[in-house]
Design a protein around this ligand. Sequence first.
Ligand code: ARG
Length: 284
Amino acid sequence: MTNGVRDGITAVRRILVLAGTALLIVLAGAAGAWASEGATPGADDTGDGGSGVVVDAGVRVVGGARTTTDEHPWAVFLTDGAGFQFCGGTLVAPTKVLTAAHCMATTSPQQVMVVAGRDDKQSTTGDTSAVTSAWVSPEFEGVGKGADLAVLTLATPSTRTPLPLAGPGDEALYQDGRAAQVYGWGATSESATPSRYLLTATVPVRGDDYCRAGDRTFDARRLTCAGFDQGGVDSCQGDSGGPLVAAGKLIGVTSFGDGCARAGRPGYYVRVATLRDALRSQLT
Ligand code: ARG
């Protein structure tokens, strides 16, 4: 055999080895996707047939899917002085946005812009408004302590449809297992960067005992929690301040969690129904 032939055979062997490796990687990837499908809670009790069934790491929140601000015009995001999206919010009146108090802890109202009608953070669609003032709940003492709520007043009134707040008569929406939708531009997994697009996921609201099991200092008057026993679907970093919605009402404001989408570690949301009346004077 000439060296040329031997080289040729070696090259063919190398290609075969490379192809084999590539096939193994593809198979492993598929197995991984299957495993996450199995771990992702089914759509059975969520009322959302699409939730968590297809795995596509690029565009999915922790177990969620893309949605639009056309369908959810009250879903807004906040940008900081550098123009980066860092929290979510909900339009609750033409000039009022409800968000988390902790979103205002590292910034000032002068630096924040509220962006409405923009599904894709890299686009310039929708409209932006400066914030003239921010009211931070005097009951806020820190994440997980007190009422993690803030109300931003917009310089430019929004023409988009606001979302009504749940009130004291809406306790049924907080029953264990009741499906709710969370929205945001936050991280698509615990270690991921924020999402480029608005995402939504359906999660079951949990009873106080379950919430307390995941967070010993759980304050049932001001908080609720949501998530499947096995995790897999959750809000995450960057979703804070954004909406948790049931029956067309804002029932929660994304506040905190232990990591994201972990088993036995639900996401925690400010309980809007019990705090609504105290907020009323801030919303007009
Ligand atoms: N604190 C986070 C934020 O500032 C929200 C975390 C929500 N975490 C969760 N596991 N649900 O964006």
